[in-house]
Ligand binder design. Sequence first.
Ligand code: NAD
Length: 360
Amino acid sequence: MTDQVSQTIQPTVTEIATDSHQAVYRVEAPEVGLTGFIALHSTTRGPAAGGLRMRPYASEAEALTDVLRLSEGMSYKNAAADLPLGGGKAVILGDPATQKSPALLKSFARAIEGLGGSYWTAEDMGMTTADMAILRSEAQYVAGLADGAFASGDPSPVTARGVFNAIRIGAKHRFGSDDLAGKRITVQGLGNVGWNLCGMLAEAGAKLIVTDVDAARVARAVTNFGAEAVALDAIYGVEADIFAPCAIGAILNARTIPQLKVKLVAGGANNQLEEARDAGLLAARGILYAPDYVANGGGIINVASEILRVHNTGPWVAGRLQALEATMDSLLTRAAREGKSPAVIADRMMAEMLVPMAAE
Ligand code: NAD
């Protein structure tokens, strides 16, 4: 109740010097317990877009490192989806379960509004559509809303469609055919993305082997999709054609890669490689890797329809998904031609797309 009558606290926004990013801001309002950062990696392609994350970071330095890394990743993801958007991200320090308040969110929204549209936010870890609505009360540049004109809703089905397309393109390159009928596909994580993906894979005739920490979801997948269930850590060693990570990051690493008995990895999870060199470990084992930020770009396409105020969303999203698929196809072709990991080629291709057009 007090929130409705209290004034929104104007935060102190301080620009931080950076060589790697276009602009980085520290946002602070001690009255509401707010410390956070907004990083604009690149606005070459358009306003920087990327979600707001709230986490109990151990230090400001850790939060800053995260926002710098994530905003760069968004530049690449948005370029891969051929969106007229740059890369940005925001983080707030704190436990969302106990330290998030409308006053804190509104104060942070003032900082977003103060950037005049050079940064657009949406949900990330620790944020909900209800939080986006609170931010929207103080800032125009907020997407991922549940209601209202151009509201794009849950991006997961579109993300899953993009991942499904990535699996088909990967299969075309690795097996010589994009037909998934009879292919054994392991799926880690049966949440919003993984569940939708399983539906599409089952419909395409794939044989699913699944795992999740949530036993009820696993049981449902067994019933609904005729999937085989395996224990959490057993998923890495399953003999299959394709592995689709759809749960958490950093699951492709020096411990798991030697266990893999698949020929293609293509999934929806963010930051699947624990370290850049893990792409080399996969290649050395003859496992084709479909870069995650290209495979899962459907989600940002869905959010972009809201930012860009697209009227005819269905055909527009479908067109962008097709472009994403073409990008995956051409980067896998280039990787094979140059004998390099698709992860390396993807980063290089996206970096090229971020270079401003030379003046006439
Ligand atoms: P979600 O929270 O709905 O689902 C994640 C699922 O993974 C849950 O069912 C959870 O129980 C399970 N899980 C967690 N840890 C696990 C583990 N160690 N082993 C097996 N299962 C585990 O999340 P989501 O929206 O489906 O997103 C999944 C991944 O895709 C995340 O990495 C997310 O960042 C990424 N992603 C999602 C979207 C989107 O549109 N939702 C877009 C781009 C990227």
